[in-house]
Design a protein around this ligand. Structure first.
Ligand SMILES: [Zn+2]
Length: 635
């Protein structure tokens, strides 16, 4: 089969209302406000390296750890997000702020290329002594991704030059040689960045270094984290971290090709699988690909929330055991859903299969997008599926990883819509885009127009410069039944294969494809192994998972509502809510709390008739605090 590859997000114009609004909000509000927070919370100041360094803003925990060790990564990720935003619309003020950060990083860089402001400013003698906990390579990865994005947007090389010098230092320090540390980072990330640098420069040494980190991970005995711990103990530098000996936490318990179960910290896992899938494609490595497919099946079959949230537990910010998907205490970190999108995109380009695009879309519209508020300046780190009313979006977090992860995702979302091959175009997502793609020896202008995700009526104009025969592959979402496709008004017959309907013909200027994806409201049930959801149902329409919020259901906590199996679900466009959305409603049964006076009693609650109104999950907690459920008890 032809090899499908993503196209650059900068080559895709977002024209549909849904993503246009999110992108404008990120450009106008999120990126500037994030810079202000980086200043307010001391992150920008941390690049200045005054001696002696100022007191810590976030003192060390009892186990010796402070979040300040990964501040460089947050700044790198902000540059990356801002660069993606700048590629849509240049902004001299934001560029000046990025240049000022680069000035500081450039000044801070050691003569040997090393560049980590925590260690340079506070513990220069301890460089590369604790890869398990202290995120040195993770920081470098995010800084490098920022440098690549800034270079690609502006053509300015200075930050990239700084980071290439740092990468050379890393290459000298870590590797298989006798004088090198045979190590890798406790928090995977740099592998993704190095593969991007390889794709940018064509220099294979960067791919080799990413491959080294992936191949070295989990080898034992001796385990690298034990070797470096023993070194620290000799010097009196070791603190008892809960990560000690817990190799599953960082997916270093086994060589990566032998891993079959998704374990540990969810974001680390997703970043590692992303890099593994990238390497499987670059190296044609069947073992890595097989490992990715096995791990994919494990997470899809037993470990993913219906919102595509990942990692139920706050304790390890990650995975526990099969079917453990509690709702109110769900951790489901925004970063994990964003990283799942990265992994799904890599899997999609190993094998153009709609199951990967389905998950990508689910995470995009639900688990990831819920992390960013409507105003673009408030966030969720954890994305629970139920609230007693105490959950609230915050303006900043002591660990702000999720803030810039969601902004970099939205600012680059155009890159997920379409893929190309030498003899075809695949449309993976819908939502109003235009782009020009080279295939089959010609340039093809493609404009997809729709009001997706609110409507499944889609029109795609295909305008090749010269007539050309190629495949147009349309994703028929896994949630959709009864899709209808027509070319210039003539119905297309055929069955989707692996989630894509292929139309092979000689395309001519003016050709129009129409796609009708019916979007009824549907009830979704969980496997009974998910004991928290037994007897419960969630509502879904198209790619959107719905939730029931107190603000739309006055009269007390929404946990009092039950949805009879016989109730019809009504679909209601609401132009007055959030610039126009679609809500779902149904006749419900409501428990009456008014005659209760004791904690327990022998008579059941009185029940009355009520109405239940649901809105898309990603929009919850934008209108003040209140209770919320995704999984509704059925009556
Ligand atoms: Zn995060």
């Amino acid at each position: 089969m032809s090899q499908y590859l993503p196209i650059r997000f900068v080559d895709v114009r977002l024209e549909g209302d849904f993503w246009r609004e999110r992108l404008d909000t990120v450009l106008k509000r999120t990126i500037p406000s994030q810079h202000a927070k980086l200043g307010e919370y001391g992150l920008l100041e941390s690049l200045k390296l005054p001696q002696p360094p100022p007191p810590l803003r976030f003192p060390r925990h009892a186990n010796g750890f402070t979040v300040q060790v990964f501040w460089d990564s947050d700044i790198g990720k902000w540059i990356e997000a801002a660069s993606y935003a700048l590629s849509h619309r240049r902004d001299a003020e934001i560029e000046a702020k990025i240049e000022a950060v680069i000035d500081d990083f450039e000044r801070a860089q050691a003569p040997d290329g090393y560049l980590n402001c925590w260690y340079l400013g506070r513990e220069p003698e301890k460089r590369w002594s604790n890869l398990r906990d202290n995120h040195e390579l993770y920081n470098a990865g995010h800084m490098l991704e920022g440098a690549i994005a800034y270079y690609e947007t502006t053509g300015r090389r200075r930050w990239l030059d700084v980071m290439e010098r740092y990468v050379e230092h890393i290459r000298k320090t870590l590797g298989p040689g006798p004088d090198q540390k045979h190590g890798y980072c406790g928090h995977q990330e740099i592998e993704i960045a190095l593969i991007k640098l390889y794709r940018l420069t064509g220099e294979k040494k960067h791919l080799d270094l990413a491959t080294y980190f992936i191949n070295e991970r989990g080898k034992q005995p001796p385990h690298f984290f034990d070797v470096e711990r023993e070194e620290r103990e000799k010097k009196g530098w070791e603190f008892q971290r809960y990560t000690q000996g817990n190799y599953e936490y960082s997916q270093s318990h086994l060589p990566v090709r032998e891993q079959t179960k998704v374990v540990g910290h969810a974001v680390r896992a997703m970043y590692m699988y992303t890099a593994m899938a990238d390497l499987a494609a670059e190296l044609g490595d069947a073992g890595l690909r097989q490992a990715c497919e096995t791990l994919w099946d494990d997470v899809m079959e037993t470990k993913m929330y219906v919102t595509a949230g990942l990692g139920p537990s706050a304790h390890n910010e990650g995975f526990t055991y099969d079917y453990d998907l509690p709702n109110q205490t769900a951790y489901a970190e925004t970063c994990a859903s964003v990283a799942l999108i990265f992994w799904a995109q890599r899997m999609l380009h190993l094998d153009l299969n709609g199951k990967y695009a389905d998950t990508l879309e689910l995470a995009l519209f639900n688990g990831a997008l819920s992390g960013l508020s409507r105003d673009g300046e408030h966030y969720f780190y954890a994305n629970p599926l139920e609230s007693n009313g105490s959950a609230e979006r915050w303006a900043w977090h002591t660990c702000p990883c999720c803030t810039m992860n969601v902004s970099r995702l939205v600012a680059s979302v155009g890159g997920y819509f379409v893929s190309r091959a030498d003899d075809g175009i695949a449309v993976n997502l819908y939502g109003g885009i235009s782009t020009t793609i080279e295939t089959a020896g010609t340039r093809v202008a493609l404009r997809e127009t729709s009001n997706y995700p609110w409507s499944g009526d889609i029109r795609i104009a295909i305008d090749p410069e010269t007539d050309a025969r190629f495949d147009l592959k349309l994703r028929i979402p896994g949630w959709c039944r009864g899709a209808k496709v027509a070319v210039n008004g003539q119905a297309v017959t055929g069955t989707p294969v692996n989630g894509y309907l292929t139309i092979n013909r000689v395309w001519q200027k003016g050709d129009v494809v129409t796609l009708d994806l019916p979007m009824p409201a549907e009830r979704i049930y969980a496997h009974p192994g998910v004991i928290m959801d037994v007897g419960r149902v969630t509502l879904k329409r198209g790619p959107l998972v719905y939730c029931v919020e107190e603000v739309d259901n006055p009269g007390g906590r929404v946990q009092r509502l039950r949805l009879p199996r016989s109730s019809q679900i009504r679909i209601t466009p609401r132009d007055d809510l959030f610039d126009g959305i679609v809500t779902l409603s149904a006749d419900a049964v409501a428990i009456d709390e008014s005659d209760w006076s004791t904690l327990y009693r022998t008579t059941p609650s009185r029940e009355g008739k009520g109405t239940l109104t649901a809105l898309p999950y990603y929009l919850w907690a934008n209108r003040g605090q209140g209770s919320m459920v995704v999984w509704i008890p059925e009556a």
